[in-house]
Design a protein. Structure first.
Length: 523
């Protein structure tokens, strides 16, 4: 199994008066090592910390660090202190015994580190340099065409190099820019590893996420420092910390997706299940939690077809292999009754809007939308009632037409003057009302005519296979039953039951509003 190793070096004391003493690197090294070692954070298998040591001991520790490692082992090398260049532009890491006039023999050379990294079998190496790079530039060059910065000195295959500053800037200490005992770059590296860098809430922090967070925070704090990142031959994500436990709260799903998920038309709900599955397996844990809850609701819904319920169960089972959904906390959960009430309110609002659109613009498109929403919800008793109403109004229409025919229509055939000639009086044909035609019944309610037609219902994977249903023409109320109208039915010796929620029913301000919270039996 791959392991994670870290070598953390910090230096604050310098024998050479040309190298200013620093206060931050020692604490930088200790803080960075702390978050790497903690089991509840980065949980590295081995972390070696060296502060204010001389070159021989450090060189030996660096060589031991990169030697005898496996290809998949993760190696993190961290240095906090002065970084200087000689007249030829070579990079050196200055330590306690470093003399600026004798860098090759008294400092750690970047070339020495690079060769050890090249020889190492590990293909996952992360180098972090939190140091200034204000040393001399190559003779004859200006700042605009200076040699590569610190990252360039240590580049190589399978390697990511993070630096606190680019090649032309100084890594300022915290006291000058921020009230912290650590340098800005390390301060935000530590804070990022403590959890702040997990921006997508997927429970892990990669090298890229950590750098992006530190870069953004450093640039916000000061315009004088620009962190850099250089990667070469990086294989996939390099994860520094995982298994971050956060309180995950469900996020609101898109309204269009909820509308499709609550629609009882099978193909719409099936499409919604597929979109919910994508969110369930996405990186946003809040969305994933909400998607899982919605899939569970769809499975429990008695209107869900067996095929759609099966797809929803498979989505939850597949996600369970890669994602463990935490239980919803009581702080954000709602009682089932309240959730059902909200669902009914959204459904009734959608039906009301479609009906109003039909009245404003009785086009085939608006009619099709309205009936595609209404018809799938009709149960057998409702169909029987609808058929009875249809027959009743047809009978009334035919009776009215017969009564309006002239008397000659009922006169039997008879011979007239010429016995070889006969005439038959042809009955006046009955005219079918135009689609959308209206009429008024005895109670003064307006009815709208719906012509005969056919539609397809059922599902081959359910108990009701796909089949065509012929629906005869019928008349239906143009407007919904209002609270006032329904109240009269309730007052009529309990002929109707009160709605399950009476907030609007008992409020006179909603007398002319459609009655809500009545099921199909009550309707």
């Amino acid at each position: 199994m791959p392991k994670k190793y870290a070598l953390v070096i910090g230096n604050t004391e310098y024998a050479d008066p040309n190298l200013a003493k620093l206060s931050a690197p020692g604490r930088d090294a200790e803080e960075f090592a702390r978050v790497l070692q903690l089991a509840e954070m980065a949980a590295f298998d081995e972390v070696v910390t060296l502060v204010n040591e001389n070159v021989p001991k450090l060189n030996e520790a660096i060589e031991d660090f990169f030697a005898d490692k496996k290809p998949d082992d993760l190696l993190v090398f961290y240095f906090s202190g002065h970084g200087v260049r000689d007249d030829e532009g070579s990079l050196f890491l200055a330590v306690k015994s470093t003399r600026k006039a004798r860098l090759h023999s008294t400092a750690i050379t970047a070339e020495f580190i690079r060769k050890l990294m090249d020889k190492s079998r590990s293909t996952r190496q992360v180098i972090i340099l939190d140091c200034c790079n204000s040393g001399a530039f190559p003779q004859g060059q200006t700042k605009g065409d200076a040699a590569m910065g610190m990252a360039g000195s240590l580049q190589g295959y399978g390697r990511v190099v993070l630096t606190a500053t680019d090649k032309l800037q100084y890594a300022w200490e915290g006291d000058a820019l921020l009230e912290t005992d650590k340098s800005l770059f390390t301060h935000f590296l530590v804070k990022g590893l403590e959890g702040a860098a997990d921006r997508d809430d997927d429970g892990k922090i990669t090298v890229d996420e950590l750098y992006d967070y530190a870069f953004e925070q450093v640039r916000k704090a000061t315009p004088n420092q620009t962190p850099t990142k250089s990667a070469s031959g990086q294989k996939g994500e390099i994860i520094l910390r995982e298994g971050i436990q956060k309180e995950i709260k469900p996020l609101a799903l898109p309204a269009e997706l909820l509308s499709a998920a609550e629609n009882t038309v099978p193909y719409l709900r099936e499409a919604a299940v597929k979109e919910l599955e994508k969110l369930l397996n996405g990186k946003n844990a809040g969305m994933a939690l909400s998607a899982g809850k919605e899939l569970q609701r769809i499975i429990a819904d008695e209107d869900t077809t067996p095929r759609v319920a099966k797809l929803a169960k498979q989505a939850l089972e597949n996600a369970g292999q890669a994602l463990t959904l935490p239980p919803q906390t009581s702080e954000v959960s709602k009682p089932p009754k309240e959730l059902e009430r909200e669902r009914l309110e959204r459904q009734y609002a959608k039906e009301r809007d479609l009906a109003r659109e039909w009245r404003r613009n009785p086009s085939p498109t608006s009619q099709e939308s309205f009936w595609s929403l209404l018809l799938p919800k009709l149960k057998i008793p409702a169909l029987v009632l609808l058929a009875g109403m249809t027959l009743f109004f047809l009978w009334r229409g035919i009776s009215s037409l017969i009564a309006a025919l002239p008397e000659a229509t009922n006169t039997p055939l008879m011979l007239i003057a010429n016995p070889t000639v006969t005439k038959t009086l042809t009955p006046t044909p009955t005219l079918e009302p135009e689609p959308g035609a209206t009429m008024t019944d005895k109670k003064g309610k307006t009815l709208v005519y719906v012509p005969a037609g056919e539609f397809t219902m059922g599902n081959d994977d359910s108990d009701a296979p796909v089949h065509t249903v012929d629906l005869k023409a019928f008349w239906i109320d143009q407007f919904e039953v209002t609270n006032e109208m329904y109240a009269k039915c309730v007052a009529d010796n309990g002929a109707c039951k009160e709605p399950t929620s009476t907030d609007h029913f008992n409020n006179s301000s909603y007398a002319n509003h459609p009655v809500v919270y009545v099921n199909w039996e009550m309707a």
